[in-house]
Design a protein around this ligand. Structure first.
Ligand code: ZN
Ligand code: ZN
Length: 174
């Protein structure tokens, strides 16, 4: 779709190859901001203007930039969330928990399912995920079979310092 008359909305150079999917203006290779479809993977619902792949600088800064910063901050906390499975017997130094049971379906594997639950917990400002259950079932026929994952868990706040002490004690008395 390259055309010598396509003027880049950002730098005004001609021959811009891309189009911003928000404002539909042309944007050149140098100025285009690309976003992969995987960027907001753990968001429950991606707002329409955050789900595109090509942006001009102004639209990116307005629609995506601030959200991306928040998202990455939550994701980094999600990776630190303490995960406790329903089957585990270890005592949890629980401070509080939510009533709601969170459900994640359709993720490609077990780890992604758990991380997605952890993300939801971090989004609510909690540091733990308790009562976790992850199940998979085979779906499809002989020719095409895949696993379907379903995870549930409860967002909770735990005393991380206490957990640390418990772990150390367990290590001593084991
Ligand atoms: Zn440009
Ligand atoms: Zn734009």
């Amino acid at each position: 779709m390259s055309d010598q008359s396509n003027e880049c909305i950002s730098c005004r150079r001609m021959g811009a190859d891309f189009e911003c999917e928000v404002c539909n203006e042309f944007v050149c290779k140098k100025c285009v901001q690309k976003l992969s479809g995987e960027t907001f993977l753990y968001l429950d619902k991606i707002p329409e203007n955050m789900g595109h792949t090509h942006y001009c600088g102004a639209c990116f800064d307005r629609e995506v930039g601030p959200q991306l910063e928040i998202y990455e901050e939550v994701l980094s906390r999600a990776q630190e969330v303490f995960v406790f499975f329903k089957t585990q017997k270890k005592e949890i130094p629980l401070i509080k928990k939510t009533r709601e049971i969170m459900v994640v379906e359709g993720k490609p594997d077990r780890d992604e399912t758990i991380l997605c639950l952890a993300f939801m917990s971090a989004q609510k400002g909690f540091n733990a995920l308790i009562d976790v259950e992850v199940l998979s079932k085979k779906v499809g026929n002989h020719a095409y079979q895949k696993h379907e994952w379903r995870g549930t868990g409860v967002a909770a706040e735990i005393d991380a310092m206490k957990l640390d002490r418990q772990d150390k004690q367990n290590a001593i008395y084991r």
